[in-house]
Structure formats: structure tokens, C-alpha cells
Design a protein around this ligand. Structure first.
Ligand SMILES: [Zn+2]
Length: 137
């Protein structure tokens, strides 16, 4: 993966839309985008260019971790995916925010909120992932 901090700096779009852009990060689907942003404590609507270097690094690490776990566990079964050997995937059991709107955040207990970012259903914790005001230059 190229230096994400430099990639993000080029985009004013919400960070979630940018990590879903296959030209920036290949392989991150909608479910994983929500999970990685929650783990990295970044608001999905945060303009990508306002991310701090430490946040970009945290997101980078979580993308690698989440994609790795998902492959190990056989993908998600949210869309009734069954692998060739008939086993259903296990990653859905590990989802912390995706599809969890109205239930307590596993980290802080605040209710998970569902919204839309770039037409995609988006789940996040308003307490752990506060939207930072844009720093004006
Ligand atoms: Zn939380």
C-alpha cells in the first residue's frame, strides 16, 4: 500500500469514500471500511485531507489487520456467502459496528449510529469517532 497519508492529503472527500476508492486502497469493501474506521477511531465523514499522520498510520494498520482476519476467517456471510467447502464465513461474528445501529458500542457503550456516506450505509460510534472541525489554513 502506498503512503496513505500522502494519498489522503489529495482528497477533500469523506475518508470513508476515499478508502472505498479502489484506486487508493484495493480490497476494502463497505463492511470493512466501517470496521476499520471504528477501530482506528476516525469519523467516516472526516475529510480525508484533514487526517493527522498518526490517524492515517492507525487506519493503515487496521486495514491490514481487518483484511488479514477476514481472509483467515473465510470472509463475511452478510450476503449469504458460503465457501466451496460448505462452511459459512466467520468474520461477521467479529463485526463491531457494521449492522449494529441502536446497540451499544463495544468500546464505550454509546449507541451505534447509522448514516449514509456517499450513498453507502455507514455505521459508527459518535463518542469514539467524533467529527473534528476542519482546520482552516
Ligand atoms: Zn464508542
Amino acid at each position: 500500500m502506498a503512503n496513505l497519508f500522502l494519498q489522503f492529503a489529495k482528497h477533500k472527500k469523506p475518508i470513508k469514500s476515499v478508502i472505498l476508492d479502489q484506486n487508493v486502497v484495493a480490497g476494502v469493501g463497505n463492511i470493512y471500511a466501517d470496521e476499520t474506521l471504528w477501530r482506528a477511531k476516525i469519523n467516516p465523514m472526516q475529510p480525508a485531507c484533514t487526517l493527522k499522520r498518526s490517524e492515517a498510520d492507525a487506519l493503515h494498520d487496521q486495514i491490514i489487520a481487518v483484511l488479514g482476519e477476514s481472509i483467515k476467517l473465510g470472509g463475511t456471510t452478510v450476503h449469504t456467502f458460503v465457501s466451496a467447502d460448505g462452511r459459512t464465513g466467520g468474520f461477521q461474528d467479529k463485526l463491531q459496528v457494521y449492522g449494529k445501529q441502536g446497540t451499544p458500542c463495544p468500546r464505550c457503550g454509546t449507541e451505534i449510529v447509522k448514516t449514509k456516506v456517499g450513498q453507502r450505509g455507514t455505521h459508527y460510534c459518535p463518542q469514539c469517532q467524533p467529527l473534528r472541525k476542519r482546520v482552516m489554513h
